[in-house]
Design a protein around this ligand. Sequence first.
Ligand SMILES: CC(C)(COP(=O)(O)OP(=O)(O)OC[C@H]1O[C@@H](n2cnc3c(N)ncnc32)[C@H](O)[C@@H]1OP(=O)(O)O)[C@@H](O)C(=O)NCCC(=O)NCCS
Length: 231
Amino acid sequence: MPKAHCSTLRLTPGHLREEGLPSAEGGTVVLLANLTELARELAHLLEVVSTDELLYAQSLCESVRNQVICSRALLRFLLGQQLAVDAASLRFACGPHGKPELIGHQLAFNTSRSDDTFAVALASRGQVGVDVEKFRPISGYEEITRGFLRNEAPIVFSGPEERRHRSFLRIWTCKEAVVKAIGLGLTAPLNGFAVSLDPPAITPLQPEFNRHWSLETVIDGDVVLAAAVAL
Ligand SMILES: CC(C)(COP(=O)(O)OP(=O)(O)OC[C@H]1O[C@@H](n2cnc3c(N)ncnc32)[C@H](O)[C@@H]1OP(=O)(O)O)[C@@H](O)C(=O)NCCC(=O)NCCS
C-alpha cells in the first residue's frame, strides 16, 4: 500500500488573510502556527469559537486560556477553509479516549500545542496524529526512555548530552503522534511499536499497531514536530 504523502507549512499572517492554504486532498498537511505571532489575525477569527469551547477555556488557568481560545479559532478556521464550510457551523464528537473528530465530514484531524506553538494535521485518508514540543532539556529523560522507549533507547543514548535531549524529544513526538493517530493517546503501550528516524518509520510490534504507517518529523527552529498517518 502506498504511504500517505505529508507536507508541513508554517502559517504566516498572510495565510490567514488572503493567501491560499494547501489542500489536504489526497494526502496530509500539517500546519504549524505561533499563536503569539498570529495574535492580530486570530483576533478577527474568535467569533467562530462555540459557547462550549469558551466555557471550557474559562475553566482553565489564565496563562493558557487565551492560547486555547486562539487555537480553537484557528482549528475551526483551517477546517472551514479545507471543507469550504462556515467555520462556526462545525461540530465535533469525542472518541472513548478523548480524540476529537468532525461530525458529518470525512476529513481527519489532530492538534497539539506546546506553549504558543500550535500544530494542526489534516488528512483526507486514514487516521492522523500530531505532536509538537519546544526543544528543552527534559529532566528524567533517561528513566522515561528505559520505561517507555525501550526500542529506541540506542538512538536516544547515543552522542553527547545535548544531542540526547534532542533525540529524546524527536522520538517522543513520534511516539505521541502514533498513539494519537489511533486515538488511544498515552493509554496505548508505547513499547508496542518501534520508531526509527533516518528515515522516519514505524515498525508495529503489537497487533493494535498493525497498520500501514507514514511518519514525518520536522525540526523548525526551536520546535520539533511529528505527524503519523495510519492507513
Ligand atoms: C492525547 C494526549 C496524548 C495529549 O497529550 P498532550 O501532550 O498533553 O497534549 P497535546 O497538546 O499534544 O494534544 C492535545 C490535543 O490532542 C487531542 N486529543 C485528546 N485526546 C486524544 C486522544 N486520545 N487521541 C488523539 N488525540 C487526542 C485533543 O485535540 C487535544 O486538544 P485539546 O486539549 O485542546 O482538546 C493525552 O492527553 C492522553 O493520552 N489522553 C488520553 C488519556 C485518556 O484516556 N483520557 C481519558 C479522557 S476521556
